[in-house]
Design a binder for this molecule. Structure first.
Ligand SMILES: [Zn+2]
Length: 430
């Protein structure tokens, strides 16, 4: 009962917050007050952050990352949990597939991360309730008054979501081990009002006959966990007859969600986002997150490994002043590198640029994967190799635009990755 009330309270707050501030300046003043108050609290309780806080100015804290979090685990968290204790709980859960165990009332979460570096994350019951409330508010977009049936396709543990089930919203879980056709009947019988899945799963469902009958109109369809590109979004939207939203949610926190106008907004009533720019033109950045709500494992100036593209239009007509993301372009090691034409300096080729070049060259529906295995060599895998000359031409065009040396391209037939794996279309292996 307390749990439901707490979630509902956070839901109502998050609903109100989305359009609460009239302009950016007012929002930013409010955020600054929140961070300062929060940071004063954190400095009293996290030995790690206390040591970093020069003169108490949170903006002067060096940028943090997962390696630092793991290296200073016990001093960092405010519950004095050691890395050994947390690892044991997390490993036990992985082994037994029972994720309900807690450590002194805290949930322990695992994240795999880009280069295999594992992260361990802690959250209290109160933090989980807040997360749940904000998640429901941003996903359901004010439709909690009607009963919801949610169908979730997840790679990871579903305990967090199971704990959200109530009279108003029921959850059905689908694993990713069977071919999608096996789930079509179950979806038709369930008629979900909310369908959340990685984009490759949504595409596989969209390509089944009668995809529109698998959801109750007007269903909310959400892409989670992997990068959603424009071609996939169009295909999914056409099949289900509804707009596809995105959730940017990681073990580090629930960071952004799509608004009713289709723009992806940062959850700026919980976090402050600073930008670590990746290029001189300021088109892409790593988000540096300061979460002014998280208390068990504070996140102050914590840099994510995700590459975010700036939007063409910085504001959105939906009425929220929360900052807009152009796109989640990929992970840190999805960024390819080529030598500049003049001077030979290594230049970042962002994964969204590569995906756009391939999609422009290949006919709709052609599957692809790009891997860079040497400084000027790309392997391109295509489900239809007759598209190779056109794809080559588009890659050449992209390189001329970016003023970098063209890589040697090697084309091979594409084969599907199991859906249970993270789907990475563009990846740098050097
Ligand atoms: Zn918006």
């Amino acid at each position: 009962m307390i749990k439901s009330l707490s979630i509902l309270w956070h839901y109502a707050q998050a609903q109100r917050n989305f359009r609460r501030w009239p302009d950016r300046a007012t929002l930013e003043r409010w955020q600054e007050q929140q961070v300062q108050r929060h940071f004063a609290w954190v400095r009293q309780r996290s030995f790690y952050y206390a040591g970093l806080a020069e003169g108490g100015d949170w903006r002067r804290i060096p940028v943090q990352n997962k390696a630092g979090l793991m290296g200073h685990f016990q001093q960092w968290n405010t519950a004095s949990i050691s890395l050994e204790e947390a690892s044991q709980t997390a490993e036990h859960a992985e082994r037994t597939r029972d994720f309900s165990a807690t450590l002194r009332g805290l949930t322990v979460g695992l994240s795999s991360g880009t280069s295999g570096s594992r992260g361990i994350f802690l959250a209290s019951a109160a933090e989980r309730h807040r997360w749940a409330g904000v998640l429901l508010a941003r996903c359901l977009q004010g439709t909690l008054a009607q009963p919801h049936r949610a169908a979730l396709f997840l790679r990871a543990d579903s305990t967090l979501y199971q704990s959200l089930g109530s009279r108003r919203i029921s959850f059905s879980f689908f694993d990713l081990l069977l071919p999608m056709a096996a789930y079509a009947e179950r979806l038709r019988a369930l008629q979900p009002t909310l369908l959340a899945a990685p984009p490759a799963v949504l595409v596989a469902l969209a390509r089944l006959p009668g995809a529109a009958d698998m959801v109750a109109p007007p269903a909310l369809v959400l892409s989670v966990a992997d990068v959603l590109d424009a071609a996939e979004r169009e295909e999914i939207e056409a099949a289900f007859g509804t707009r596809v939203g995105q959730l940017y949610q990681a073990t580090e926190g629930f960071l952004a969600a799509t608004c009713p106008q289709g723009a992806l907004h940062w959850n700026e009533d919980n976090i402050v986002v600073q930008k670590a720019w990746l290029d001189e033109g300021r088109t892409h950045y790593y988000p540096v997150i300061t979460d002014f709500r998280r208390t068990t494992q504070p996140m102050i100036r914590y840099q994510m490994d995700d590459v975010i593209a700036e939007p063409e239009h910085p504001s959105c007509p939906c009425g929220s002043v929360f900052g807009v993301l152009g796109a989640i372009a990929g992970r840190k090691d999805d960024v390819l590198q080529l030598a500049a034409l003049e001077g030979g300096k290594s230049t970042a080729i962002f994964p969204d640029f590569v995906r756009r070049a391939i999609v422009l060259g290949a006919p709709a529906g052609v599957e692809y994967r790009v891997r860079q295995s040497a400084p000027s060599h790309w392997d391109i895998f295509l489900s239809d190799l007759s598209a190779a000359p056109a794809v080559s031409a588009e890659v050449g065009l992209l390189c001329r635009e970016l003023r970098v040396q063209e890589p040697a391209l090697h084309f091979s037939p594409w084969s599907p990755e199991p859906l249970i794996h993270k789907q990475r279309r563009v990846q740098c292996l050097i």
